[in-house]
Design a protein around this ligand. Structure first.
Ligand code: SF4
Length: 290
């Protein structure tokens, strides 16, 4: 139904608030850890040069906003062991600037072996992604990289904080269930990416020269990249993906879809089963009550 009167005006204000702001002109910017974690140096370079991005849908923006605001709520749950929230760092050498969600300290009286400082990275996801991550038993690769960048950045910036590792906190946006993963810090995992940044910066700053894209052609990031429309390499990747898809016979595709539907349905039934209250008789049978 079409909105009229005050609701129409309010809707206009909402859409305007979420509309693109004019990019600041001038000097190159800083690299955000979340951008770097995608692994594409070309993406990062375009962001540094403030190349305009493809506009994202306002609905997606609201989802992203919901994720951002949960970063204020979630740390309250572990405030007892939080030493800092929204902790910033800046690295001029690599032009990286970021802000980690929280830094916690596990005191020895809670656990001697694991006592120390840890970076916490908060991620909110859809139900399906949340279940996929839990099933995989590990965080998404770019989230691990992002967490490692925070540990690296905070350690370099604050110097005296001996950060032992990281924790990624996933929250299911629909159920508010959470799942945590430990991240072991290993600077060597970041070195290839950091070296690429270091090699790319002088050409970019002095001549505005863009680097070559190094991500594999079949990488997921191209499809969701806001620079896809101005990136030849990304478009090549998409063309290849389309060709590959059309190589799969319809019969095989139908089988895959069928299996997915059955799997989803079974998972739903399992969930309902777990939620249905059991009768006294069933409980007595399960616990061997006489
Ligand atoms: S489309 Fe792919 S290669 Fe191009 S900037 Fe985006 S992620 Fe990088």
């Amino acid at each position: 139904m079409r909105m009229t009167g005050p609701s129409a005006i309010m809707s206009r204000v909402i859409e305007e608030t979420l509309s693109p702001k004019k990019e600041e002109e001038g000097a190159i910017g800083y690299i955000r850890p979340s951008s770097l974690a995608k692994g594409c140096v070309l993406y990062v370079a375009m962001e540094l040069l403030k190349v305009p991005k493809e506009e994202i849908d306002n609905r997606v923006k609201r989802i992203l906003e919901a994720g951002t605001s949960s970063h204020f709520r979630i740390p309250k749950y572990f405030s007892k062991i939080t030493v800092a929230k929204e902790m910033p760092f800046l690295d001029e050498e690599y032009r990286i600037r970021g802000q980690c969600d929280a830094l916690i300290y596990i005191p020895p009286d809670l656990d001697v072996e694991h006592s120390g400082f840890y970076v916490v990275e908060i991620k909110t996801t859809s139900s399906s992604e949340f279940e996929r991550i839990k099933e995989a038993g590990q965080p998404k690769e770019e989230h691990i990289t992002q967490c490692l960048i925070y540990i690296w950045g905070l350690t370099r910036y604050y110097k005296s904080i001996p950060i032992r590792g990281g924790i990624i906190y996933y929250e299911n946006r629909d159920t508010l269930d959470y799942h945590l993963f430990n991240v072991t810090y290993d600077e060597n995992l970041l070195l290839p990416l950091l070296n690429e940044i270091k090699a790319m910066l002088p050409g970019l700053i002095i001549e505005g020269k863009l680097p070559e894209a190094h991500l594999p052609l079949d990488h997921w990031a191209h499809e969701y990249c806001p620079y896809l429309s101005v990136c030849d390499y990304g478009q090549e990747a998409m063309k290849l993906k389309k060709e590959k898809k059309s190589e799969i016979p319809d019969r095989v595709l139908a089988e895959i879809i069928g299996m997915r539907i059955v799997k989803k349905q079974r998972a739903k039934e399992e969930k309902v089963k777990k939620k249905t209250p059991r009768t006294l008789e069933e409980l007595s049978e399960e616990f061997n009550w006489e």
